[in-house]
Design a protein around this ligand. Structure first.
Ligand code: PMP
Ligand code: GLN
Length: 448
């Protein structure tokens, strides 16, 4: 599974007998119990001093047993603790359209503040269908072909859990977003990475084909891609479509950065390709498109048969998402292209600023084609491991970042690569630049 593994903390060794486990038996000690072991030794045994050891409350065989907090929460907490500028988590520091916020606030005030329909309010499903037609010429049925989810995160979970059975394999482009590995594990499925390599991060069609086995159920494809900023081109999309059609696979596409393409790059949904609509679940969310990541309003669209499979899982995860925020998104989508273009234009400017800052400090950077992030090799600073770099950076210079290792099944494959978010105000990026320039003095060299 994916970066889930960057967590070092195993609650119990693989072969530990649950019956006899005690904190001593599993080697837990206060010194190796930082936040990531927060599931805590006290939860491991129900035994009181002097009584017989009991079974652990938490199963050592749980698919997420060795997972702590996500890399975004971990590095975010570190940034906060050191008063650092957090270029880690991809969260804008300025909110999106005020009209959307006012529409959501008005909906809260007027009510009803009760459960929204399970598949999403009809106005939002219609607006999503309209969005797919307007931007991509895709016809989706607003009733049977659209499902509103709690962010794209729930869309990913409901899709993987709704499509995969235990023993199935899910192919992802690695580095891959952290929730993919976690939900595949929850489904009992195996994550099979097809690795993209810097600096071009292109998909090798032969490698994709070679990754398919008779257990492969789905391709989970993220484009525009986090963390590399790649937008799949025609050749890569054709390779994916060929493999999916030849092997009869479901394709789940994570398109949360669909509107954030720069330098003339264009996002083309895989669902628009011949033979693909009927096998593709297209996921997106309002968070990135409107710079309202905290709203967590997302959606799945596609053929009714597949959306039904997503829905049968989603109805037991959350059932529905907050109606007032759905109304806010309806207001945003009703405003046409202007607010979406404005978000992209602002980000494009911020991308330029952070590229200049990083290059000025000494990082070798390539402009990302899309998204929120710039990736760079940090080894010139004297640190060979990206996680080590990101753990020390907040205290050493007052900036937060994310190690790319967190996006790999084997974190070591991330090497010294790190990710910086540019969805921040220009003054914050400038200040981050001033702080990062201290890296040229070699503060990280000594003890790495
Ligand atoms: N997929 C990718 C690739 C992401 O970067 C993110 C973070 N926004 C998500 C999914 C989660 O989206 P949401 O916040 O809408 O749940
Ligand atoms: N998508 C955001 C990122 O990649 C993180 C969202 C989260 O914290 N789970 O930075």
């Amino acid at each position: 599974m994916s970066n889930a593994h960057s967590s070092s903390a195993h609650l119990l060794p693989e072969d530990a007998s649950p019956e006899g486990a005690t904190p001593e038996a599993i080697g837990a000690s206060p010194t190796d119990a930082p936040e990531r072991t927060a599931l805590s030794t006290s939860a491991l045994s129900t035994s009181a001093p002097g009584t017989k050891a009991r079974r652990p409350l938490l199963s050592p065989h749980h698919p997420l047993a060795d997972v702590g907090t996500t890399i975004f929460a971990e590095m975010g907490a570190l940034a906060t603790a050191h008063g650092a500028i957090n270029l880690g988590q991809g969260a804008p520091d300025a909110d999106g359209p005020i009209e959307m916020i006012e529409a959501a606030a008005a909906a809260l005030r007027s009510g009803p503040n009760q459960y929204a329909p399970a598949t999403g309010i009809p106005e939002l499903r219609q607006a999503i269908a309209h969005h797919q037609r307007h931007y991509y010429d895709l016809e989706v049925d607003p009733d049977a072909g659209v499902l509103v989810t709690v962010g794209c995160t729930e869309g990913i979970a409901a899709s993987v859990l709704g499509i995969c059975a235990p023993g199935d394999e899910v192919i992802v482009l690695e580095p891959s977003y952290d929730s993919y590995g976690a939900v595949a594990a929850l489904a009992g499925a195996r994550l099979v990475p097809v690795t993209l390599r810097p600096p071009k991060w292109r998909l090798d069609g032969d490698a994709l084909e070679a990754a398919v086995t008779d257990r492969t159920r789905a391709l989970l494809i993220n484009s525009p891609h986090n963390p590399t900023g790649r937008v799949l081109d025609d050749e890569e999309r054709n390779a994916i479509a060929k493999v999916a059609i030849d092997a009869d696979l479901v394709v789940i596409t994570d398109e949360v950065y669909e509107h954030l393409c720069f330098d003339g790059h264009r996002h083309v949904p895989l669902a628009t390709m011949p033979g693909m609509f009927e096998r593709t679940i297209t996921l997106s969310s309002a968070g990135k498109t409107f710079a309202l990541t905290g709203w967590k309003v997302g959606w799945a669209s596609g053929p009714p048969e597949l959306i039904k499979a997503v829905r049968r899982t989603q109805q037991f995860l959350t059932y529905t998402s907050p109606g007032a925020l759905q109304r806010g998104v309806v207001a945003g989508l009703a405003m046409g292209e202007a607010p979406i273009d404005a978000v992209r234009a602002g980000l494009d400017q911020q991308r330029g600023l952070l590229l200049d800052v990083l290059a000025g400090v000494g990082f070798d950077v390539t402009p990302p084609e899309a998204g929120y992030f710039i990736t760079a090799d940090a080894s010139w600073t004297g640190v060979a491991d990206g996680r080590d770099f990101c753990l020390r950076l907040p205290e050493a210079v007052g900036v937060g970042a994310i190690p790319l290792g967190a996006f790999y099944v084997d974190p070591d494959r991330g090497g010294a690569m790190v990710r910086f978010a540019f969805c921040k105000q220009p003054d914050q990026i400038a200040e981050a630049g001033r702080r990062l320039s201290a890296l040229t003095q070699g503060p990280l060299r000594s003890s790495s």
